[in-house]
Every structure is written in C-alpha cells, then in structure tokens.
Design a protein around this ligand. Structure first.
Ligand code: URA
Length: 218
C-alpha cells in the first residue's frame, strides 16, 4: 500500500470535527508505525501524554506494550499502532458510542491500507468493536479469531496489566506469543479476500472511509 494514502487519511483526521472530542483535544492521535506492518495494535483512545505529543502509546502503558513486544522479538517500528478513538476523551473517561461511531471509519480505512496479517486488539473497546461482540476481554482473549482474511488476537489493555500485575501480564505474554506464531506461519502477501467469508451484499459507500467501515464494522 502507499504511505501517501495513509498520509491523506491522517490529514483528513487532523481537522476532524465529527464529535465533541474535537473541542477538547490538543492533537489528533492518528496512529504510528510502518505502513506495511504485518502486525497492528489497536488501543482504546489517547491519554494525556498521547494528546500532548500526538503519538499513540507514549506513556506508561506504551512502555509496557513495547516491553511485551520486545520480549517476543517485535520492535515498535515493525508494527502499526492505532486507537479506536483518535482524540482523547476528557479525563480519560470511556469512549462513548457516538464517538466510536464517528471515528470508526478512520480505523477501518487504516486497517484496509496497512493490511496487517494479525491485529491485536488491546482491551474491551477495540476487541468488542472488531469482533462485534458484547463478550468481555477476559473471555475473548487466548484465541485467534479469523477476521476478513486475517486474524484478530484480543488481549488485555496494557493499562490493565499495570493495575493487575503478574497474572494479567502472563496472559498478555501468551497472547503475544500466539500472535507471533500466526505471523511466523502466515504466507507473505497473501491476498485478503473478505468476500469469500462474508457474502452479504454491501450497501453503497460514498467515501473511502465509509467503504472500509461498511466492510469491517457494518
Ligand atoms: N491507551 C490507549 O488505549 N491508547 C493510547 O494511545 C494510550 C493509552
């Protein structure tokens, strides 16, 4: 994929006013990493540090994420990192339904452009959005789910490991190892063919973002 397309999308997001978070954000935190990454992490929403710096996962949770990835031989440059929401909810409150709805076209388009073999969803919000489920992360994790020609591997949010200690951390280590096993086995440049898994007719989209959104999150 062309990194120009990602840049165009990032520029679009930078002036987004689709929800109330535009009024309180310092920066839009679009995403960061390799545009050809085979592994993508999806978190929840920027926190205070991320809002100030405009980069995802630069605080304590990010350092833990880097450490877990490093333990299985993955460097930050080898992954793409994004969030469900691109703007910080005030006081780090939970994302609201209408904010997720307003923002998910960006995420869908990022996934489509980067086309990773494995997506690790970090915590409840990302996992429930991609897997279209109300099941919580504790029950979802530990399994790789086939998803639009790739795999989703849900795991805890690193902030949960900062609070929850060694047990949560060990579960996350298992999930990272699972993601790595899939990456090691996955054929390079295998074309994703979502149509073979999802044969329902899709409504007519009006923009690139909406195209991806209708595919993944409709
Ligand atoms: N938590 C998230 O979910 N995303 C970030 O970018 C930082 C903290």
């Amino acid at each position: 994929m062309s990194s120009d397309d990602l840049k165009i999308l990032a520029d679009e997001a930078a002036s987004c006013t689709a929800c109330v978070l535009a009024e309180t954000r310092t920066n839009v935190v679009f995403g960061a990493g390799g545009s050809d990454a085979d592994l993508m992490f999806i978190g929840e929403a920027p926190g205070r540090n991320e809002d100030l710096e405009g980069e995802p996962f630069v605080g304590a949770a990010g350092r833990l994420l880097d450490r877990l990835a490093d333990e299985v031989g993955i460097a930050r440059d080898d992954v793409y990192i994004a969030n469900v929401l691109k703007c910080r909810p005030p006081g780090n409150r939970d994302p609201r339904e209408e904010e997720i709805t307003a923002c998910k076209g960006y995420l869908a388009q990022q996934i489509k452009l980067i086309d990773p073999a494995v997506v690790m969803t970090l915590g409840n919000f990302a996992s429930k959005l991609l897997l279209k489920t109300t099941t919580g992360i504790t029950r979802l994790r530990g399994t790789a789910y086939p998803w639009w020609g790739r795999f989703v591997v849900p795991t805890f949010h690193p902030a949960a490991a900062l609070r929850g200690g060694e047990r949560v951390l060990n579960d996350m280590r298992e999930d990272f190892a699972l993601a790595c096993r899939i990456l090691d086995e996955s054929p390079v440049d295998e074309p994703a063919d979502p149509r073979s898994e999802h044969s329902e007719p899709t409504p007519q989209p009006t923009s690139l973002q909406e195209t991806a959104q209708l595919e993944f999150f409709a």
